[in-house]
Design a protein around this ligand. Structure first.
Ligand code: SF4
Ligand code: SF4
Length: 322
């Protein structure tokens, strides 16, 4: 790396670090929800690793491919935090049916594939992060199926990063919509985020975990990115049930992602933490391939739920378990 390249990476590092420091600053506000001793550390992306050129996606060879999406995602991540100042001082607490329908219609129009509602458990808040309200509106956005089929490729990588960017923008826009309707809300950007999204989406009844640790939904299998809005609204239709737990048993017999992972990064048996949260991937195994191939995504491409419909797999599962 020459001196100009080093200086360039330092500029990126500083931009990301500034964003994450803003996120951390929320912990000093009054009446916010913070992590517990069982909460996860947010290990990715790590600004301090950016100057080495090894932190995906913030490396020199990736900038020509995903630089625009990244710049835009960082700006929107900063906006998500700064815009909490625009919350109404005394927000409305109750949303009418027609207002919720209007909100959901706007979300769909802007590319949101599914919406779930749930209470946020504190153990899903990352260490050193905080959120203002503990009712979560979980948003998922589809990742393009053709680009996934071409994984690993530069096109897949570009699509993944642009989905992060688009979802971040829509999350900010929907948060603004809630504020205009009179509610207090905070956007959670999909890149990194303030909370661990897959278990939050499972708690919202939207899907179940695959053995690759990703959320699997009836809509898109494992092909989605997740974000959330934290809102001070007390009558959202919170999910009380999850009908997708059969996926866990299906996965027990499948194991295709484990066999297809070129880095042996997916654990046969996930590590279970005290809070019940599970770790499915050995990050140190996954990351080098990710760096080398500008994204890997083979576990998404090869997942049985990418290559078959949810309905077909459910019928097959039922037939085998009669
Ligand atoms: S992204 Fe690639 S290396 Fe990482 S877990 Fe998935 S298949 Fe394995
Ligand atoms: S490939 Fe198979 S085991 Fe892995 S997540 Fe998909 S369905 Fe589950």
């Amino acid at each position: 790396m020459n001196i100009i390249e080093k200086a360039f990476l330092k500029v990126i590092r500083n931009k990301v670090a500034k964003w994450f420091n803003l996120e951390r600053s929320l912990t000093s506000l009054e009446n916010v929800y913070t992590s517990t001793e069982n909460s996860p550390e947010r290990s990715w992306p790590n600004p301090d690793r950016i100057p080495s050129g090894e932190e995906v996606p913030f490396s020199l060879k990736n900038i020509p491919i995903v630089g625009n999406s990244l710049r835009s995602a960082i700006d929107d991540g900063v906006k998500a935090i700064k815009s909490i100042q625009e919350n109404p001082k005394l927000g409305r607490l109750s949303i009418a049916d027609h207002e919720l329908k209007e909100f959901e219609a706007l979300a769909r129009l802007k590319g949101i594939g599914a919406i779930g509602y749930t209470k946020l458990p504190a153990h899903l808040i990352f260490k050193d992060r905080a959120v203002l309200y503990n009712t979560a509106i979980v948003l998922i956005m589809e990742m393009d199926s053709i680009a996934i089929k071409n994984a690993p490729s530069v096109d897949t990588f570009r699509m993944v990063m642009s989905t992060y960017d688009k979802l971040g923008k829509v999350t900010n826009l929907l948060t603004e919509k809630l504020r205009k309707m009179g509610y207090q809300a905070q956007a959670g950007h999909p890149l990194g985020g303030l909370v661990l999204y897959p278990p939050l989406a499972v708690k919202a009844g939207m899907g179940w975990f695959g053995r690759h640790g990703l959320l699997i939904t009836p809509h898109f299998g494992p092909r989605q990115r997740i974000a959330a809005i934290f809102a001070n609204i007390d009558n959202l239709p919170l999910s009380e049930a999850n009908e997708h737990s059969w996926i866990g048993k299906f996965c027990d017999r499948c194991g295709k992602c484990i066999r297809e992972c070129p880095s042996n990064a997916i654990l046969e048996l996930p590590i279970e933490h005290k809070s019940g949260r599970k770790t499915h991937i050995i990050r140190e195994n996954c990351l080098p391939l990710f760096v080398k191939q500008q994204g890997c995504t083979i576990c998404v491409k090869e997942c049985s739920f990418t290559n078959n419909s949810y309905k077909d797999l459910y019928e097959r599962f039922k037939a085998q378990n009669k």
